[in-house]
Ligand binder design. Sequence first.
Ligand code: IMP
Ligand code: MG
Length: 181
Amino acid sequence: MKDITIKGLTFVPYLSREDIAKQVERVAAEVKRDCVTDSPIFVCVLKGAFMFAADLYRAIDMPKSEIAFIRYKSYSGTESTGEMNKILGLNDDVTGREVIIIEDIVDTGLTAHTLRSDIEAMHPMSVKMATLLYKPESLKHGKAPEYVGIEIPPKFIVGYGLDFDERARGLKEIYVLKKED
Ligand code: IMP
Ligand code: MG
């Protein structure tokens, strides 16, 4: 794994494909173990969670489950804007259903908290969240996610679905913004 430069910022290797795959398998096993129905609905939060959701959903392998997609945006560049824009809503009926939100990363928790409240207002049986990455020191809104792949310090990362200004989502590994010396 080599350093990469995007729009003048350098990112260094942080998590390998193996590191990610191992945690995806573990989270999948935990989610599956805890499901109380055989037909939960998984809600993938676009765009960032698409790659994690694809791998997690396959690993969970529950033939009667469903997957849906929703889009929220709170980030601009490398900073959270503190405002939530709902871009693509949830059309699927979640009433009385077991809902598991699939997120790429929980940073301030604003996206996670807003999503939970919006879905809870639709009267599901339960709402839980599975996130690949979690920055516990940055949490300002709501509660910690029920399922976490990897806890990380409050640094800016890219790859495996996560972007810097829409770039770098296709990287198979995760990279962290290099500290200026
Ligand atoms: P929050 O609402 O502050 O928790 O931020 C959540 C959203 O911001 C995530 O779903 C990501 O889309 C984005 N985000 C947060 N931290 C990072 C990061 O380190 N790299 C890329 N995107 C991030
Ligand atoms: Mg996201």
